[in-house]
Write a protein that binds this ligand. Structure first.
Ligand code: AP5
Ligand code: MG
Length: 247
C-alpha cells in the first residue's frame, strides 16, 4: 500500500481551495480532448494542486526537437504536418516516465494515450506495475473555438507556460510573467495544421471516449467555460472519487 497523497504546495491565486479528502491515495489520471481544449492549462493547475507530475507527450517531443536528438528529428516531421508520431516511439517514452519516483503517488497524462494501441499499452504497463487509472478527464470544445484558441496561443520559450493573447494575456506583451523569457507561437499552430490536427483527433483519438466510458472511467467537462471554472469543476469531480471508492 502506497503512502497517501497529501495536498502539497502553496495555494495559487486562481485556486478555489476546496481540498480533496487528504487520505486520497494514488491519483492516476489522463486528460483527453481535442487540440486546444485546455488540457495543458488544466494540467498545470492540477499538478500544482496535488503535487503530481504533468506528463505531456507533446512537451516531451518538443524538448527532443529543441535538443536536436534523433527522436526529435523524426518526430518533428509528423508534428509539423499535424500527424501523430508512431505509437512505438511514444509508448516507450511513457512507460519509462511512469516508473520515475515523482510519479509514484500519481500522475497526470496530457496528450497520451491518443490511439487505441497507446491506450492498450498504457493499461498493460500499469497492470505490470500493479497500478490502475482512476479517471479519464475529457475536456470538450467545438472546432471553431479550438481554432480561435490556438491561433492566439503563445508559449514561453523556456518553461512552456501557456498564454492567450486575448483570454489569458501576459502582463507585458511577448514576455513570460514567470521568468521573463520570450513568448513564441508553436510551429503547428497555423490554421491549416490546426484543422489537420482536429481531423486526426476525430479519426484516431475520439474513439477513446467510448473506450474509457465503457470502463466507467470517463468524466466530461465543458471546456468552453472560463479556465478557472473548468478547473473548479474538475476538482469537484475528483473530490468524489474517494467517496465512490468507499461505497
Ligand atoms: P500536443 O502538444 O499534445 O498538442 P494537442 O493535443 O494538439 O493539444 P494542445 O497542446 O494544442 O492544446 P491543449 O489542449 O493543451 O490546450 P492549451 O491548454 O494549450 O501534441 C502536439 C503534437 O505532438 C501532436 O500533433 C502529435 O504530432 C505529437 N504527439 C503528442 N502526443 C502524442 C501521442 N500520444 N501520440 C502521437 N503523437 C503525439 O490551451 C490552448 C489555448 O487556449 C491557450 O492559449 C490557452 O491559454 C487557451 N485556453 C485554455 N483554456 C481556456 C479556456 N477555458 N477559455 C479560454 N481560453 C483557454
Ligand atoms: Mg497542450
Amino acid at each position: 500500500m502506497r503512502a497517501p497523497l497529501a495536498l502539497r504546495g502553496k495555494p495559487a491565486p486562481w485556486r478555489n481551495p476546496s481540498p480533496l479528502p487528504p487520505e486520497l491515495s494514488e491519483l492516476n489520471l489522463i486528460l483527453l480532448g481535442p487540440p486546444g481544449a485546455g488540457k495543458g492549462t488544466q494540467a498545470d493547475r492540477l499538478s500544482e494542486d496535488f503535487g503530481m507530475p504533468h506528463v505531456s507527450t507533446g512537451d516531451m517531443l518538443r524538448a527532443q526537437v529543441a535538443e536536436g536528438t534523433e527522436l526529435g528529428r523524426e518526430a518533428k516531421g509528423y508534428m509539423d504536418e499535424g500527424d501523430l508520431v508512431p505509437d512505438e516511439v511514444i509508448v516507450g517514452m511513457i512507460a519509462d516516465r511512469l516508473k520515475d519516483d515523482d510519479a509514484r503517488d500519481g500522475f497526470l497524462l496530457d496528450g497520451f494515450p491518443r490511439t487505441r494501441g497507446q491506450a492498450d499499452s498504457l493499461s498493460q504497463a500499469l497492470s505490470e506495475l500493479d497500478r490502475r487509472l482512476v479517471a479519464a478527464l475529457l475536456i470538450e470544445v467545438s472546432d471553431d473555438e479550438v481554432v480561435r484558441r490556438l491561433a492566439g496561443r503563445r508559449v514561453c520559450s523556456k518553461n512552456g507556460h501557456t498564454y492567450h493573447v486575448e483570454f489569458d494575456p501576459p502582463k507585458h506583451e511577448g514576455v513570460c510573467d514567470q521568468d521573463g523569457s520570450r513568448l513564441i507561437q508553436r510551429d503547428d499552430d497555423r490554421e491549416e495544421t490546426i484543422r489537420k490536427r482536429l481531423a486526426v483527433y476525430d479519426r484516431q483519438t475520439s474513439p477513446l471516449i467510448d473506450y474509457y466510458e465503457t470502463k466507467g472511467l470517463l468524466r466530461r467537462f465543458d471546456g468552453t467555460r472560463a479556465a478557472d471554472e473548468v478547473h473548479d469543476h474538475i476538482r469537484a469531480s475528483l473530490a468524489t472519487l474517494r467517496l465512490e471508492e468507499q461505497l
